[in-house]
Design a protein around this ligand. Sequence first.
Ligand code: AMP
Ligand code: ZN
Length: 115
Amino acid sequence: MEQDCVFCKIATGVFDTQFVYQDEKLVAFRDMNPQAPVHILIIPRRHIPQIRQLKGNDDKLVGRMILVAIKLAEQEQISESGYRLVFNCGENGGQEVDHIHLHLFGGRKMTWPPG
Ligand code: AMP
Ligand code: ZN
């Protein structure tokens, strides 16, 4: 746990956040500033600042994040209408919180290219 990291605090229950999913490796919760009717963040409990810092043996962890997102999309009933999964990385990628997170957006038509 990184002392000043808001997502580490969420993962360890400091803010009493309601999780839409949790297991020993991951937690998922609703974004506090949703950009779509469904906007969920899937994060590892482990503090990893950016996806560029992932290592070869993190393949299972990242795979699990994606599989959880797919499951949550079904739970939220956006699976058939479609959704978007996003990892932002670094300044140009628009990353604001330095603890990796996978965005699940759905419930409206997404635009392309992204802003
Ligand atoms: P990013 O720009 O990819 O780093 O996304 C960070 C996301 O985290 C933004 O969509 C924020 O709205 C969201 N966020 C930041 N703090 C919290 C929090 N305490 N609870 C829920 N979502 C948060
Ligand atoms: Zn963290």
